[in-house]
Design a binder for this molecule. Structure first.
Ligand code: KG4
Ligand code: ZN
Length: 354
C-alpha cells in the first residue's frame, strides 16, 4: 500500500510517498528557514502563506519522482497512491490547515482513504522508515514496548510506546522545548536561526567542560524537563549578570566554548531523563526522534548509553529527524491499519499530544 504523507505543522512543507509503512519512494522537504531568519523565529501568518505558495508544486514533483522510480505500479491506475495522510495536530493552526486541506481534497478527488496523523506520533515513527533495503517493518513485538524521546523545536517529551500508534505521555517540558533552547541560545550568541545546527557547528571547536551550565533535573523521580534556566545562564554568562538580550557579548567570551558547554548540558539532561524513564518502566528499548535528534553529540551519547546498559536504540537517519512528509506517510499507514479511514470533517488542533 502506498501512502502520500503531507507535513505542514510549522515551517517545513514536507511531501512524501511511502510504501507499506516502511519504504520511502519519494520525499521532498521545502524549508522556510530563509523567510523566517530575519525574525529570529517562525512567524505563523508568514508560515501558512508560504505553505500555500509551494504545496501544489511540491505535490506534483513528489508524485513525478514516484513515477520515475523503479517501484511497482500503484494498485489502482486512476489514483497515484492508495491513501493520503496529513498532520492535523499539534502545530500552528494556519499552517496545519494548508496540508490538511490539500490531503482531504486529494483523497476525495482520487477516491482513496484519508487519515489525520499526530505530528509527535509521526516523529516517533520516523525511526522505522528506510530508503535502502531491507524494506521491512519489524513485527510489533520486536519494536515495542519502548520509551520514546521526542526532542524538537516545539516538543520535548517522553512516552511509553506499546504499539505503532499507542503512546502514553510520561513527562514533558515545563517551559521551553530543547530545540527552542538551542534556538534561543544561538540567538544570544549571534549564531543565527535555526539555532540547533548553528550551535552544533560552533561547538565543534569548543570545550564542553569549559562552563558548568545547570543541568535541571527537577525532582529525583520527575520525567519532566525544564530548559529556561540554562537559556538565562547562557545570557548572563556571555552578556553579564542580569543583562538584557540586546546587550553586547562581553570581551573574552569564547563562543565555541559556550556552544559546546551548552550542548553538553542539554544532552546530559536528555540522556539522564531517558535513562530514568527506561528504569522506571523496566524497559530496554528506546526510540528517539525530532529535530534535536539530528544532533551528533546527542546521538553519540545515546549510543554510549545503549552500549553501557545493553539497550536497543532506534534512531532515524539524520534527514528524517527534522519535519518531513515520510514520517507522516508511514504513521498514516499505521493509523489506517489500526483505526481505518479518517473522516473528511477532521479539524486541526494546536493542543499538545497527551
Ligand atoms: O522536528 P523539527 O523540525 O520541528 C518541530 O517539530 O519543532 O525540529 C526543529 C528543531 C529546531 O529547534 C532546531 O534548532 C533543532 O530542531 N535542531 C537541532 C539540530 N538540527 C535541528 N538541534 C540540535 N542539533 C541539531 N543538529
Ligand atoms: Zn517536528
Amino acid at each position: 500500500m502506498r501512502v502520500l504523507g503531507i507535513e505542514t505543522s510549522c515551517d517545513e512543507t514536507g511531501v512524501a510517498v511511502v510504501e507499506d509503512g516502511c519504504r520511502i519512494l519519494a520525499s521532498r522537504v521545502l524549508s522556510q528557514v530563509d523567510i523566517h531568519e530575519p525574525f529570529g523565529g517562525v512567524v505563523p501568518e508568514i508560515a501558512s502563506r508560504a505553505h500555500v505558495e509551494v504545496i501544489t508544486r511540491l505535490l506534483e514533483r513528489t508524485l513525478d519522482d514516484v513515477r520515475g522510480s523503479p517501484a511497482p505500479a500503484p494498485r489502482r491506475p486512476e489514483a497515484p497512491v492508495d491513501a493520503v495522510a496529513a498532520v492535523h495536530r499539534p502545530g500552528l493552526v494556519g499552517s496545519l490547515l494548508v496540508g490538511l486541506t490539500a490531503a482531504k481534497s486529494l483523497a476525495w478527488a482520487w477516491g482513496v482513504p484519508f487519515v489525520g496523523v499526530d505530528h509527535v506520533h509521526a516523529h516517533i515513527y520516523a525511526a522505522f522508515l528506510r530508503d535502502t533495503p531491507p524494506f521491512e517493518l519489524p513485527v510489533v513485538e520486536d519494536a515495542f514496548p519502548a520509551i520514546s524521546l521526542i526532542v524538537s523545536g516545539g516538543h520535548t517529551s517522553l512516552y511509553r510506546s506499546d504499539a505503532w500508534m499507542e503512546h502514553r505521555l510520561l513527562g514533558s517540558t515545563t517551559d521551553d522545548a530543547a530545540g527552542e533552547a538551542f534556538d534561543k541560545a544561538a540567538a544570544i550568541l549571534g549564531l543565527g536561526y535555526p539555532g540547533g545546527p548553528a550551535i552544533a557547528r560552533a561547538a565543534r571547536d569548543g570545550n564542553p567542560g569549559a562552563i558548568g551550565f545547570p543541568r535541571t533535573l527537577l525532582e529525583p523521580a520527575s520525567l519532566d524537563f525544564s530548559f529556561s534556566g540554562i537559556k538565562t545562564a547562557v545570557l548572563y554568562h556571555v552578556k553579564g549578570q542580569n543583562a538584557r538580550r540586546g546587550a553586547p557579548i562581553r570581551a573574552g567570551v569564547r563562543i565555541a566554548d559556550v556552544a559546546a558547554s551548552f550542548e553538553s548540558a542539554v544532552v546530559d539532561v536528555l540522556v539522564e531523563k531517558l535513562r530514568r524513564a527506561l528504569r522506571r518502566e523496566g524497559l530496554r528499548r528506546a526510540i528517539v526522534g525530532g529535530g534535536v535528534a539530528a544532533n551528533r553529540t546527542l546521538r553519540a551519547r545515546l549510543e554510549r548509553l545503549a552500549k553501557e546498559e545493553g539497550l536497543e536504540l532506534l534512531c532515524p537517519d539524520i534527514a528524517l529527524c527534522t519535519d518531513n512528509g515520510a514520517m507522516v506517510a508511514g504513521a498514516g499507514y499505521q493509523v489506517l491499519r489500526a483505526a481505518g479511514p479518517g473522516d473528511l470533517s477532521l479539524d486541526v488542533s494546536c493542543m499538545a499530544t497527551g
